[in-house]
Design a protein around this ligand. Sequence first.
Ligand SMILES: [Zn+2]
Length: 141
Amino acid sequence: MKDLKSHTIREFCRGVVECRICGLKFAPDLEEDREAHELQHMRIIWGAMPYDVREFIKLAAWGVLHDTRGPATEETKREQETAKRAIVFAWWARAVAKGIPENHLEAFMAAHLAHLDAELSCNQDQIDEAEELMAPWNKYG
Ligand SMILES: [Zn+2]
């Protein structure tokens, strides 16, 4: 059987490798680099996502939300709702990487969904209300 690391670790340059799971570039010969790499994987196990993966998900989701071509059908409304959830999950993954306690999931999601709905509504009262809901979570942004 082929070594699993051959699928996940690839040469980057001069003794530095890149992990295809977490995206970290590190020197496997250095203990502190190996420990930093293990920490990245622990964060992923706990629910975090690598930065570039989060950004990719958000970019794709924003593309769906800003695509106003064609009529608003039930299908496009469902896709837009999924896009909102994708963005909020990416924000949650960032908060997890910054140590948010997991029991804050529902309040965090509620505030961020309200924030996203408000931003898309362009309604200033709704935006102001959502900003109040967001205040406790800004430290994880
Ligand atoms: Zn990794």
